[in-house]
Design a protein around this ligand. Structure first.
Ligand code: GYE
Length: 391
């Protein structure tokens, strides 16, 4: 692959907070591949010597790139020649999940591991994200990683990537109107929604709750994570005759969750017994709103709280009984993305779809499993040990 080492300014909207991670220790399963990668990169340095010469010649032929490369080398204290440049168009910084996803990429695609990661925080702006991708094309990066804010509107820019010969790897959310990318690494959001519904069905039966009146706080509009979770939960609700009183976006943020729940508490006072929040941060906001409105929620209370993501702070709320059940969405995609890149570097063809493994977490030890899409899946009671190991 043709490589140009290009130094660019990091996006101004990138903040130090994004590097801080989401609290709790990092997942050891994620560390292992990253460490392996460091060793592999060291070996690669020798093997890549010829390719590196070619890359250097290439840079010399292109004045601007050569100048940039020189500046980059100076800043890095000399080039190792084998650096892989990656442009990553991240959704934004809306949630704990997002912080963990960003950290996962920065840990794996670090300078020490042989990467030059150009990170752009797109601040939940779909148009800005497409422009970020175009910027990466101009910089002639080696690979582009996209976590698509919305699932449509991608074919034109992905064609531009293809024409430029830059492989695109999609992570987390899906692109639904183009297949011009090499691989996607993420979660099955519909399965997460189905799991939440199946858990509620089994839990209600166990507790003798005969009527379900649910309020849904959706994630960001047009995001595949929102679409899948909404569809999955609705499928079970419809099949069981539950009432979904309302379903509005909280934009995957704590402030959004609080605002939507404040209005729900007024409009549906005394009429709901389940709140489904499509991520933990929305659940934190919703709990604040319910507390302020005098609504009793959580284990053994009037309102069952369901959440998604299961980041450290979410699991703490499950353990304390404020959230009844939390459906994990694993943000640590970067080690799998690195495997995709390694496969491409060695001339192979990576899998088109790679699914993350995730768990369903609960507070009470009353149900051991649920059946989702015909598959029996365990329910895990949250312990301090689990919280400590979570991202
Ligand atoms: O659930 C939410 C984040 O795309 C799966 O985005 C991700 C979602 C995640 O903001 O917390």
């Amino acid at each position: 692959m043709k490589r140009k080492i290009v130094s660019v300014l990091m996006c101004a909207s990138m903040t130090a907070a994004l590097f801080a991670g989401c609290g709790g220790s990092s997942d050891t399963a994620a560390d292992a591949p990253a460490n392996d990668a460091a060793a592999d990169k060291a070996e690669d340095k020798a093997d890549d010597a010829a390719a590196d010469d070619a890359a250097a010649d290439d840079a010399a032929a292109d004045d601007a790139a050569a100048d940039d490369a020189a500046a980059d080398d100076a800043a890095a204290g000399g080039s190792d020649g084998g650096t892989i440049t990656i442009g990553f168009a991240q959704v934004g910084h809306e949630s704990d999940w997002r912080t963990a996803s960003t950290k996962s990429c920065q840990d794996v695609f670090s300078t020490e591991n042989g990467y030059d990661l150009q990170f752009v925080d797109c601040d939940n702006d779909a148009a800005a994200q497409i422009e970020a991708v175009r910027g990466f094309i101009q910089q002639a990066v080696d690979y582009i990683i996209i976590d698509p804010i919305v699932s449509t509107g991608w074919d034109t820019v992905l064609t531009e990537c293809e024409d430029a010969g830059i492989p695109v790897i999609v992570i987390d959310r899906t692109i639904d109107d183009s297949d011009k990318y090499v691989s996607w690494v993420g979660s099955n959001f519909k399965t997460e929604g189905l799991a939440a519904g199946e858990w509620l069905k089994a839990y209600a039966a166990e507790k003798g709750i005969s009527e379900i009146n649910a309020l849904v706080i959706e994630g960001s509009t047009g995001a595949s994570a929102t679409l899948g979770r909404t569809e999955g939960f609705k499928e079970i609700a419809d099949a069981n005759g539950w009432t979904i009183l309302d379903s509005q976006t909280g934009d995957f943020t704590e402030a959004g969750g609080q605002e939507v729940m404040e209005s729900y508490c007024k409009s549906y006072e005394g009429k709901f017994n389940v709140v489904v929040c499509q991520n933990d941060n929305e659940a934190f906001g919703a709990m604040t709103a319910m507390k302020n409105a005098g609504v009793e929620y959580g284990v053994g209370k009037d309102v069952i709280v369901i959440s998604f993501d299961a980041c450290t702070a979410g699991l703490e709320k499950v353990m304390s009984g404020d959230i009844n059940a939390d459906f994990e969405c694993n943000p640590l995609a970067a080690p799998d993305v690195e495997k995709v890149i390694q496969t491409l570097e060695s001339g192979g063809t990576p899998e088109k779809e790679i699914y993350m493994t995730e768990h369903w977490y609960v507070n009470e030890d009353i149900l051991s499993s649920i059946t989702v899409d015909g598959q029996e899946q365990p329910l895990t009671v949250v312990t301090q040990e689990i919280i400590d190991a979570q991202y």
